[in-house]
Design a protein around this ligand. Sequence first.
Ligand SMILES: O=C(O)CCC(=O)C(=O)O
Length: 260
Amino acid sequence: MLTDQQYSHFKTFGFVVLRKVFTEDELTLIKDELEQTMATAYAHDPFDGSKRHWTPMFGESTPFFANLLEDPRLCDVAEQLYGDDVIGMLTDANRYVGDTNWHSDTVSIQQYGIKFAFYLDPVGPDSGALRVIPGSHLLPLHETLDSKIGARESVIEDIPSVVCSSEPGDVVAFDLRLWHASVGGSDDRRMCTCVYYNNPKTSEEEEATRKQATNSRKTTAAFHDQDITIYNSHWLSNPSGSPKRKRWIERLHNLEFIRT
Ligand SMILES: O=C(O)CCC(=O)C(=O)O
């Protein structure tokens, strides 16, 4: 759980850096599961540092990742921030290449939640650490960055920001609406995430979340020329009988993130 100070920091600025969340043993497991899954997912197109590789991590052969959404170190924080009915959405792994321009991760201010991001190598200001614009998860800044500043097209360093330097084991947690970017990272930046969505309560939130579902289906399709789905049959079968996962799966169907 977040302390009162961390909670206020997150609500005000849109992010918080959690230190030493994962142990050395867990990091070894995380790296092994990432390597193994990437090798299988991209057997047709091995990584050569020219473009990002990405894969969901819900497989039977990646038990650490497949159960990570239920891990109280992350799930309790998501519930503390967005309520007990928060929806566990995704765990994934990435091999990023080069800089990432300014953007946020949602289609609308009405659609929000939290991303826990953890890098598997040390990252700093000039080596690909996540940069964030404090307070940009809220209006009016969230919108002004698009309409008046043109942040997406800006030189990344020209926009005032905070650099979230991190060591392996640390986790950068941020509101999905927060504008973020990175500069100077290596051409093989291993980064994993765990994402929870606010469970929409108003009609505006529900409409925005359904729009996000449409976009997320399109993005997934564009990433792979293979038939890889985010929610595979293993994760959906909920082998440990997790009541949380059962509820998430029902809501994911209902909001059409999963289509049968
Ligand atoms: O690490 C990066 O370069 C960017 C990460 C990012 O944009 C994200 O996780 O949404």
